[in-house]
Design a protein around this ligand. Sequence first.
Ligand code: UD1
Ligand code: MG
Length: 446
Amino acid sequence: MKALILAAGKGTRMKSKYPKVLHTLSGKPMIKWIIETVSSVVQEVGVVLGFGSDLVRKHLPDWVRVFVQEEQLGTAHAVMCARSFIDPGEDILVLYGDTPLIKSNTLKRMIEEHRNGAEVTLLTAKLDDPTGYGRIVRRDGRIEVIEEGELSSEERLALKEVNAGFYVFSGAFLLDALPRVGRNNSKNEYYLTDVVKLAQRVRIVEVSDPIEIVGVNTRKTLISLEEFLRRKKIEELLENGVTVIDPNTTYIHYSVEVGIDTVIHPMTFIEGETRIGEDCEIGPMTRIVNCVIGNGVKVERSECYGAVIEDNVIVGPFARLREGTVLKRNSRIGNFVEVKKSIIGEETKALHLSYIGDAFVGRNVNIGAGTITCNYDGKKKNPTFIEDNAFIGSNTSLVAPVRIGEGAFVGASSVITDDVPPYSLALGRARQVVKENWVLKRRGEE
Ligand code: UD1
Ligand code: MG
């Protein structure tokens, strides 16, 4: 079976420069949500793009077939633009790119129901407030029309059954009906909903939870879904053995995984493809994006992006880990330490005021306060190697490329420009000068 996702519209009501389906929900563009769900139900996925198509394409997996609707003349017209995708001998699922929370089970129920010989199977929902949706008008139990546009107040009271915007069509029926749809409506568009009234055999599946069919037309709706997912995620974590101390100030993307007995403290953001192990303490006031974190890790008041943090590491307070950082077991990164694209070995410590970039640091190394890897020479980034058991005195500049050998010792405040052999002492600073009684002599001169 194939699915066709309509995503050519601009999303005027979003008041945005960007295509609607690229607005993110829990960190992921809406179009990705829908493609992920749909691809678990059908074998082939097509997408109709139009407004901002080049931008949307970048977010699509390469196995998705793309069709272009140059001018957005309505949802039926969008399907028309992909008619080569529709096989007359097969059923096809058609849905919109702005309904991200649909569940695969619901789609499967529709496909099942359609097998009872329907031309169209429609998903519907009963809503207290049907504003913004096509309302289903029945006569003698049969669907007469799907009413679009503004609601009158009587309608608001009477019509609670809405068109969720998910259809299974028999291909032959769809190909036959599409050219018969007119644009005689207030928006002067070809409505896909008008295809439904051309069908003789319509089947209905009612969605059990209306949240699944919420169509995002405005930013207000988008953030209501954001909040829904945020709460749901925290509830799921609480049920699964994770303590989230203050759900009101904790933001965890739906994609995040957290192990049992981990405690998440207030004002913490955990985003993207982050995985956190068991027995960790995360926060307060911490942001973690796309990180993989082991067991027993503590991260306090820190920002971590794209880092791998192994078991029993302590980070922060006030640390910043950037892309490509690997902190090996039992290492510690302390306050005002920035680490970029570096490997920090087991048991190694950098506890105060440092910048470590493009460095390979061995195990059990002590990096003194204020140590800087000078990795950039104005043209390119250069690596620093610090081997096992080395000791870097405070306020040292390591001018890369440079290598500090195993067990070597660098005196405080050194500027190291040459490699230091294993087990040697390196001093790269001016020798101290003491002039005895210099102050008294100067007084005598005055
Ligand atoms: C549509 C349905 C409505 C349903 C609601 C469910 C129609 C006429 N109305 O209304 O019955 O209750 O969805 O959410 O279908 N699109 C195109 N090309 C176009 C126009 C739209 O590809 O020319 C795409 C949009 O990108 C969007 C989807 O179709 O992803 C739906 O369009 P939208 O304008 O959001 O329709 P609704 O007003 O929500
Ligand atoms: Mg919509």
